[in-house]
Ligand binder design. Structure first.
Ligand SMILES: [Fe+2]
Length: 310
């Protein structure tokens, strides 16, 4: 089943304006956003929908109070959508909305939906590097750094859930064609859907039931410099860095996580590994050494000639 990954994450929040402001500063494009909330899109049309927690159109809230209300997956075509519907109809009620999307809950009660993907082609420059020993990617007079660069999230990369039964989630998404790329022992699996070679579109973290919900989501940026430049701008705007910048080992992706007004962490990522069925999943015990190749920490700008800020 050619599921491509999450197209849209739906949140029900108490502070709509703060969430909207955060997502704009993060770099997503508001589409039809009012003071009641709305949609925030990356370059390919994937995105986040923010609505007030009491909006009647939202699926019910999780008992944990986590703000995620629904994860809408994009599938390659109408045939795939029908195949997903047939598979899930075997053991649960699947509702078809007026727009053709299919809605149900997964085995742990998360609201999920499937639609023919909104992902659209887009053009965005690659981050080019000049590496001695290899042909230069940037020729003479082509500068890499633009302090005023507009850095836009390109596509919704992945979503991570705190779950009370990670094995059950793994089995459920395996039914839908997701494959395990790597695994943290006793924690959960990184999973990629059949229609997307990214290291992971889903990751599960085993937790007590009261924590069930979205832990974080991430959009891909163009490269590591984008992650650090965009993250530094969020810090300058007053948003709190949670973890990063750094580089993960599983997935190899550069990362920088921030606290958000949605109550979940929001990540920038770049340069994730791609995999196919020739890959043999790795397994490690989660911890500092297994979670990152290296970790840096933001600090206020300074320059030699004066002391660094205290
Ligand atoms: Fe992540």
């Amino acid at each position: 089943m050619k599921i491509l990954g999450p197209d849209l994450l739906v949140f029900g929040v108490d502070h709509v304006p703060a969430c909207c402001e955060f997502l704009i500063e993060y770099g997503l494009t508001p589409v039809g956003v009012t003071d009641q909330g709305g949609r925030f899109e990356a370059m390919d049309g994937t995105g986040v929908l923010i609505l007030s927690s009491d909006d009647p159109s939202l699926p019910p809230a999780l008992s944990s109070g986590n703000t995620i209300r629904e994860t809408i997956y994009g599938v390659q075509d109408a045939q795939t959508l029908e195949a997903v519907g047939r598979e899930l109809s075997k053991d649960r009620e699947v509702r078809r909305a007026a727009d053709g999307s299919l809605h149900c809950t997964d085995d742990l009660g998360f609201a999920i939906a499937f639609q023919v993907t909104v992902r659209k082609p887009y053009a965005a420059a690659a981050t080019l590097t000049n590496a001695p020993g290899s042909p230069p990617q940037r020729g003479p007079n082509q500068v890499a750094v633009d302090p005023d660069a507009q850095i836009r999230p390109r596509t919704l990369s992945h979503v991570v859930f705190f779950v009370p039964d990670a094995a059950r989630m793994e089995a459920f998404y395996h039914r839908l064609g997701f494959r395990v790329t790597d695994r943290f022992t006793g924690t959960g699996a990184f999973m990629r859907p059949e229609g997307n070679a990214d290291h992971h579109a889903l990751f599960f973290i085993q937790t007590p039931p009261f924590m069930q919900g979205c832990e974080h989501f991430a959009f891909h940026l163009g490269g590591p410099s984008d992650v650090i430049q965009a993250g530094s701008r969020l810090v300058a705007k007053g948003y709190q860095s949670y973890w990063g910048p750094g580089r993960h080992i599983f997935g190899s992706n550069w990362f920088w996580y921030f606290n958000s007004p949605m109550g979940v962490h929001v990540e920038y990522d770049a340069d994730m590994d791609l995999h196919d069925d020739a890959w043999t999943p790795r397994e490690a015990t989660i911890g500092a050494d297994a979670s990152q190749l290296f970790l840096m920490q933001h600090r206020e700008k300074w320059s030699p000639g004066g002391p660094p800020p205290a």
